[in-house]
Ligand binder design. Sequence first.
Ligand code: SF4
Length: 460
Amino acid sequence: MAETDGMTAPILSPRGSYWITTFGCQMNKADSERMAGILESMGYRAGDDEHSADLVLYNTCTIRDNAEQKVYSYLGRQAQRKRTNPNLTLVVAGCVAQQEGESLLRRVPELDLVMGPQHANRLDVLLAQVEQGQQVVATEEHHILEDITTARRDSQVCGWVNVIYGCNERCTYCVVPSVRGQEQSRLPDAIKLEMEGLAAQGFKEITLLGQNIDAYGRDLPGITPEGRRAHTLTDLLHHVHEVEGIERIRFATSHPRYFTERLIDACADLPKVCEHFHIPFQSGDDTVLKAMARGYTVERYRRIVGRIRERMPDAAISADVIVAFPGETEAQFRRTLALIEEIGFDAVNTAAYSPRPNTPAADWPDQLSEAVKVERLQEINALVEQQARQRSARYAGRIEEILVEGTNPKDPQQVMGRTRTNRLTFFPGARADGRAIEPGELVTVQIEGVRAFSLSGKLT
Ligand code: SF4
């Protein structure tokens, strides 16, 4: 151990460069940031080329078939490189790793480490085993350790904080429960501590993350004197709201089955919680929702949105939807389109159903053809864009509070940030007196240009 400024710090052995490619959802992105943090604490430095890095890690996703296929093609190229460069360390993490386990090693024997998402915080321990010459598979159910390392976050302004890992739901199309395991909530104080650390580093916005964030706390002990669970997402929002320096709080992903009025009231009452809700509805038809085992009806979804708009009339609502689920009829698909028109979403992530291994719906006989999938996807995408454009129109001429995230990658004269409702907004990066606008600043912008998914304007 070396002494620095009276503090004890480990001596870092330089280990070369690392490269991480992340597929899939925000949970994976957050895991990648934590793994990057671990690698840097071990003495690795971020490399700038996948094909010359000393350690290459693919953090994988099984939700879509093409993401999985892409991993195999990337791995093929790295495996070839490893044959001439035995010092290369090759890691597959995430959901494909969890799902495939040892069979991945059989398919790509050049791999050093195959690790499921529950093991992300143990990357250093697993790599130590690799350094001793072992080929390691870590996919067993594992109690997730508190984050003991600082994540290396891609943004210096907006950070993600995991609050619950895993998912106990059994949506019939989804691999998450089998790859990410049982729900495990972090303790409120650990979450708050992480947010305080991020605030001290200058972060201004935090998105609390969970695969089903409304389940937060149901695995933690305790009952309140009123007889309800002691730990809920609503309580957590109140608990972390006081973290000084954090100006905005968001959360994702919400589940309509568990979304409560208490939560909506907290969002309306707590000034830092942004008026943006990402609530997947998946289908606008009750029979399809039942087949998906989602546990709510279209009417319940409507009521949630109605209540949000009652308390926060300008709130943005975004969602996820799956089209061409096995057996989905034309009439059922039309009901999904009708729901989109009725609600008026600010954004919707659309996907055509794709069968995932080890999920019930994958084995159902009434799979729809690729042609139907493509057709429905195109039709729904056109409607989503049209709706987003209509929703964007309301910003024209308005003055919006924007949290500046950085320079517009397509125009270095401009900066970009987001409204509280999560619309990306571009505007000139200098004030009238020539002073630059810095990432992390909260500014007010007069909106002049509106497009489906972004806005532009000028500083007021
Ligand atoms: S709630 Fe359903 S879709 Fe979401 S992660 Fe859990 S099982 Fe998958």
